[in-house]
Design a protein around this ligand. Sequence first.
Ligand SMILES: *[C@@H]1O[C@H](CO)[C@@H](O)[C@H](O)[C@H]1NC(C)=O
Ligand SMILES: *[C@@H]1O[C@H](CO)[C@@H](O)[C@H](O)[C@H]1NC(C)=O
Ligand SMILES: *[C@@H]1O[C@H](CO)[C@@H](O)[C@H](O)[C@H]1NC(C)=O
Ligand SMILES: *[C@@H]1O[C@H](CO)[C@@H](O)[C@H](O)[C@H]1NC(C)=O
Ligand SMILES: *[C@@H]1O[C@H](CO)[C@@H](O)[C@H](O)[C@H]1NC(C)=O
Ligand SMILES: *[C@@H]1O[C@H](CO)[C@@H](O)[C@H](O)[C@H]1NC(C)=O
Ligand SMILES: *[C@@H]1O[C@H](CO)[C@@H](O)[C@H](O)[C@H]1NC(C)=O
Ligand SMILES: CC(=O)N[C@H]1CO[C@H](CO)[C@@H](O)[C@@H]1O
Length: 664
Amino acid sequence: MRAASLAALTTFSSILSTAQAVTVYGQIPLAQTLSVTSTETAAVPQATYAAYDETQLTPPEVPNPAPATAYTLSLQRDAAAVAGLSIPHVGGSFWGFSVEMSVINQVLGRNSSFLMVPFLNLMANLQERAGGVVIRLGGNTQEFATQVDSLPDGHTFGKTDSGSTQTTKTPAVLYTPDMFYMASNISAMLNIGWFFGIPFNDSVNWRLTIAEQAQNILGSNLLGLQAGNEPDFYQQFGRRQTYSPAMYSNEIQQLIETIDQNPRIPVKNMLLGPSVATGPWTPEQVWETGFIDRFKERLMALTVEHYPNNNCAANFDTGGKIIDPQSVLPDYLTHTAAVELVRPYINSANLAQAAGKPLYMFETNTASCGGFKGVSNSFGAAMWGVDYGMQMAAANFTHGMFHVGGQNVYYNPFTSPPTNQSQFNEWTIGPVYYSAIVLAEAFGKTNTSRIIDLWGNSGSVYTPSYAIYENDVLSKVALFNFIDDRGTGAHHQQVTITIPNAGVPSTVKVKYLLADSITALNNITWAGQTLGNKFEVDGRFRGDLNVTTINCDTAANSCTVPVPSPGFALVFLDNSTPQIEIGQASQTFATTAHTRVRNTATVDPVVLATSNGHSGMNRAGFGSTSHGSVSAAQRQTEVATAGLTVLGAMVLGCAWVVRSLVHS
Ligand SMILES: *[C@@H]1O[C@H](CO)[C@@H](O)[C@H](O)[C@H]1NC(C)=O
Ligand SMILES: *[C@@H]1O[C@H](CO)[C@@H](O)[C@H](O)[C@H]1NC(C)=O
Ligand SMILES: *[C@@H]1O[C@H](CO)[C@@H](O)[C@H](O)[C@H]1NC(C)=O
Ligand SMILES: *[C@@H]1O[C@H](CO)[C@@H](O)[C@H](O)[C@H]1NC(C)=O
Ligand SMILES: *[C@@H]1O[C@H](CO)[C@@H](O)[C@H](O)[C@H]1NC(C)=O
Ligand SMILES: *[C@@H]1O[C@H](CO)[C@@H](O)[C@H](O)[C@H]1NC(C)=O
Ligand SMILES: *[C@@H]1O[C@H](CO)[C@@H](O)[C@H](O)[C@H]1NC(C)=O
Ligand SMILES: CC(=O)N[C@H]1CO[C@H](CO)[C@@H](O)[C@@H]1O
């Protein structure tokens, strides 16, 4: 029963995103949204949406008994001496994003020539730390999404009624092939790999245009194609009369046969499945159909989707009990949250590993149906997202994807302003974006990171800890303190790291993830820097990078690292780790850029969404002396910078016109 109801909520979550999009579009007709010109004066965004809610909850009581405030972690230097380390992961791109199709134009851009600069900057931050980012464009809306040749006024996105047989709140997203050029243009600037979803609303007349176009236009930037989204809900939500795991597997078989006959889909083995929500079905019920053996030659990864809770009763008349966010807040603020979320997938992870396939948590967040006010948008969610990601990585997941809905959800990693304007610096960051940043630094770029849950401090669920090995050597330690001691300092932790035989280095570096309170909505900092508060974000970190140096006692073989209450510390044991020095990414996108390719008639202009300044140009184009600036040689290799730098322009052999657009 519990599983079924939770899962039900998961599906609702996707529907909600759609419904929210409808709401937004209802107030700002889509046609208007897309007809705005970038020279307009910015209006002040209205703060009535969930994404901007200011409700701050009361932190949970300090546990009684409280865990010890000092403990020691004795860690092996060599990975070979550690039993149970995860397999090496893809790396720092662990946390990716899942963008509901109905909100692509709010997040990525309006069309292939009008991209959102804050979004590009946010992705550049992750790329600099991790090497790249993975993004899934899909969700419930993918089932009815339909490509059309063109839309009125040259728009890339639109919507229409999805028909009476389906859940009434789900409109069909209409898109033109420009959607793929949009993704492709983004990938030309940043190392972003994309996932799309094949519509499953009709398994007799498969609609494979999305697979054809995505493969042809995106090429190697297309990583995979999802075959079915939360199929365990298809029956409950009226998409199939009856449905079982066996029927799903048979439809995958039919899909494969259809793809095999389609010469416009040259890559036949990039499917993702089963993407069950662990609602009506467990993953095991799908595995029992022989899914893995039957399809492993065609699958690029195994996928699941799950949210730990739901807020559907508050958003829909589901007849359920409305959940008080304050009552569920403590559920997110211990290690138990992450452990219990991942436990149901340990077996699947082992099966995936045996089959040589990665396992992805393809869609997740704090709670479906929009998340919880004061929980999903608080500092605690950032800590939860770090613990959850690390727990998944320890259990051999390769990626997790934070879902991105519209303005009317609490859980977004980032939210564009709720107007038809193109305000550059008026985005809002969500705490889980910081979780993605932390994992990007923790796992880095080498593709060799392996992690293990240490269960330190006598296994206290308030103070979890992980060790990360890179190139088979202990590289970082992650330390959490979920307790909010109300500023008394009585529950700060002193964590001593000792490394038998090898000894500790003379110093270690520490980056902290901090806020005033576990329930704080504002002023979250990572190594002293913040992206800004509500309506302040342009995607770049602000403030000075603050990396703490801890002097170790080599004679005593100990380094003692303080961890504030609340707070998270990432301890770098190797002072030469490049991620230590990264503050604001060196590659940022012009705050106001209108760039144009002039030397070829076939390439349309690339216009970056506009804003109000020049510092992006300065930083990206003309060098910076700040931390993390890249050399000309490095820049030359980064296509991403190409569009915005003089050097890049030479590399491309193009002339670029940059025009400042001023708005007040
Ligand atoms: C932008 O939205 C506002 C409020 O919905 C509306 O009054 C205005 O006409 C819109 N502007 C454009 C250019 O569509
Ligand atoms: C892309 O969107 C921008 C902003 O809405 C618009 O000015 C431009 O004409 C669009 N480009 C195309 C090719 O439709
Ligand atoms: C599937 O979705 C498409 C696009 O919305 C629609 O045209 C088609 O009728 C749907 N098919 C079924 C069987 O619902
Ligand atoms: C991850 O895989 C490794 C290697 O097979 C294994 O030792 C480890 O126990 C797995 N992690 C979990 C949490 O099952
Ligand atoms: C890590 O893996 C990614 C994705 O496969 C690849 O692009 C990158 O070159 C790898 N990095 C290293 C250092 O091998
Ligand atoms: C955030 O930090 C700034 C600068 O330190 C401060 O002025 C502001 O009051 C803080 N806001 C909140 C809500 O704590
Ligand atoms: C840097 O961070 C440390 C640890 O949080 C803090 O004690 C120190 O005051 C910070 N320094 C600056 C200049 O903000
Ligand atoms: C690199 C890339 O994909 N560029 C595309 C950007 O979008 C335009 C369409 O607006 C395409 O023509 C370009 O090929």
